[in-house]
Design a protein around this ligand. Structure first.
Ligand code: GLY
Length: 298
């Protein structure tokens, strides 16, 4: 199998002044992951490498750069899925670690459970030797500005707000193994304890090497209601191409619950899908056929 990786840095109304940095960020993430795949590395490592790179990049809503809750804190969620075994690791409500995706990887590899939240997840990360940090190190000026705009627009009342959103990666390695990962700071002004789609299997991600790997982005409540990643999975299983499946899933989400977002996918043949119903989604794809990045719908 020729390896390839596709990553996204969120589907939302990305402002013009962030376009360049966002494209650079996804390009760097995809390049790092692709180099790993070319050296014979696994799809699981590749998606973790890509997502860690975007968690480190303050332009994205994941890790450093995460958006803030209503009480001005960071609460991050992540998932990583192994398409060979269907095993996954997921975490929610992480506040004091730089790389939620690596805690999720730790859960996948070292726990009999698959999903941890809050202090339990953070204790596990400490036990696994990960460094606890002050969440101040994750908060950027942009996140504070966005929080201030949010609270002045909404006067503290939760409403739809087209803020930052989520990073994700899907890879297929030389052995045809597929993996997917998604990581997010969630949505600006979310109530403390709110968990969106990103760490939920079948919503924020799914992977099965015999079918497809998927990572999603967008309005978490809408994605959860329709289980967006699962729609892509079912469509590919029934014979759709990855691209058709991604487009169908988003149109179903809009039709059924009025939600918007984006999806990336790689199927068992190595074909990719990418689609978004927001104004922009930043993405990058690296394969033997070449490297592409994009951000605008048309
Ligand atoms: N899609 C990320 C979230 O809604 O939390």
């Amino acid at each position: 199998m020729r390896p390839s990786v596709i990553v996204h840095g969120g589907a939302w109304n990305i402002p013009d002044h962030m376009k360049h940095r966002s494209r650079e960020g996804v390009n760097t993430a995809a390049k790092l992951a692709y180099e790993h795949l070319l050296n014979g590395g696994s799809a699981l490592d590749a998606v973790e490498i890509a997502v860690r790179s975007m968690e480190d990049d303050p332009v994205f809503d994941a890790g450093k750069g995460s958006v803030l809750t209503a009480d001005r804190k960071v609460e991050m969620d992540a998932i990583i899925v192994d398409g060979e075994t269907l095993n996954f690791g997921a975490v929610a409500g992480i506040s004091s670690f730089a790389h939620p995706v690596s805690i999720a990887r730790g859960v996948l590899e070292r726990s009999e459970h698959v999903f941890f939240i809050g202090e339990g997840a953070e204790s596990l990360a400490t036990e696994m030797g990960m460094e606890r940090i002050d969440q101040k190190n994750l908060i950027t000026e942009e996140a504070v500005d966005e929080w201030e705009r949010f609270t002045s627009y909404t006067k503290g009342v939760q409403m739809n707000f087209s803020g930052h959103d989520t990073v994700g990666a899907v890879a297929i390695d030389i052995n045809g193994k597929i993996a997917a990962a998604t990581s997010t700071g969630g949505i600006t002004g979310k109530k403390s304890g709110r968990v969106g789609d990103s760490p939920v299997i079948g919503s924020g991600a799914i992977a099965d090497s015999t079918v497809v790997g998927v990572s999603t982005t967008g309005h978490g409540e809408s994605i959860l209601k329709v289980q967006l990643a699962n729609i892509v999975y079912n469509q590919v299983k029934q014979g759709s191409t990855a691209q058709e499946a991604c487009e169908f899933a988003l149109s179903e989400m809009e039709r059924k619950v009025g939600g918007h977002g984006g999806v990336i996918a790689i199927d068992f043949n190595g074909n990719i899908g990418k689609a978004f119903s927001t104004r922009r989604m930043v993405w990058a794809h690296f394969s033997a056929a070449g490297n592409n990045t994009g951000i605008d719908r048309y």
